[in-house]
Design a protein around this ligand. Structure first.
Ligand code: G
Ligand code: G
Ligand code: MN
Ligand code: NA
Length: 255
């Protein structure tokens, strides 16, 4: 309960920051996107992991203002990167959005407003939703359809972990599947993980969707996922989530 109360003022007090984890195109290992991941720097408790506060934020509804902040901040950062670094011109900025945000009724208008204010081109934005967040309900489907009409990319995050993955693909207008990292973790030694990863890749291709494999930690996993047809990869092998100035430094170094 204390944590919820503290969370409710944390946005205004500037206690949240975003880190960005690279997403690379497996064909040439170019960084083509990033996923924005929120960090809470609590004044007395120190760093609190999103795994510990995002579920509370979702339950309490505070995810709506927190998520609104994260969307604005990620778009502002993406626009700033584009201004400063030619390499960032086509960078996809992935922003996690909770079901409650998507269903809030004002989400699509908020996206429009943020894009206008930050001058981030719509083609640079990718919204990440989880299967459990959307579960095929009409309100989130409508919001996603409107986002698609605007040209926002939509990724289905943690794909394969929820109960209704396959049915969702018929109703949910996503552009990208992100294979959950639980299928990547032991993909080299556990045949069943490789089998699921193969099936998801084939399904993505059959449905004309982009595919991202998450949680890639070794060269061996990377090679196998590339052979299985994954278009993009994300994981500690390429980079941990890093503060924005670290990415800017990498671009400046190769410019
Ligand atoms: O960053 P980490 O590596 O610990 O992320 C833990 C979880 O928190 C992930 O499942 C991620 O999707 C979620 N998360 C991180 N940032 C955000 C955010 O801005 N909004 C929402 N809804 N979830 C987030
Ligand atoms: O659930 P979502 O995919 O939005 O969240 C991404 C989470 O996965 C973050 O907590 C991030 O730190 C974590 N992550 C990213 N790459 C790796 C990886 O290679 N290995 C592990 N174990 N976790 C990862
Ligand atoms: Mn995500
Ligand atoms: Na995920």
């Amino acid at each position: 309960a204390d944590l919820i109360r503290e969370m409710s003022t944390a946005v205004d007090e500037g206690q949240f920051t975003l880190e960005y984890q690279p997403i690379v195109r497996l064909e040439d290992m170019e960084m083509t996107g990033v996923e924005a991941l929120i960090r809470w720097h609590h004044p007395t408790r120190g760093r609190i992991s999103p795994a510990d506060f995002i579920p509370l934020a979702e339950k309490s509804g505070l995810i709506v203002p927190i998520g609104r902040w994260a969307l604005g901040e990620a778009c502002r950062q993406g626009a700033a990167w584009r201004q400063a670094h030619p390499q960032a011109e086509h960078l996809a900025i992935g922003v996690n959005v909770a079901g409650r945000q998507l269903r809030s009724g004002t989400f699509v208008d908020e996206v429009l407003k943020v894009l206008a204010e930050t001058q981030l081109p719509v083609a640079n934005l990718s919204i990440e939703v989880t299967e459990t967040a959307v579960l095929g309900d009409q309100e989130s489907t409508d919001a996603m359809l409107r986002l698609r009409e605007m040209g926002v990319r939509l990724a289905l995050d943690d794909f394969g972990t929820a109960a209704s993955s396959l049915g969702l693909l018929l109703t949910c207008p996503v552009t990208t599947l992100k294979l959950d990292r639980s299928f990547v973790e032991s993909i080299i030694t556990v045949g069943r993980q490789a089998a699921v990863a193969t099936a998801v890749s084939q399904m993505a291709n059959a449905l004309d969707l982009a595919s991202v494999a998450e949680g890639i930690e070794t060269e061996e996993q990377c090679r196998l996922l590339q052979e299985l047809g994954y278009h993009y990869g994300q994981g500690y092998l390429f980079s941990r989530p890093v503060p924005p100035e670290v990415l800017a430094g990498r671009w400046a170094a190769v410019a």
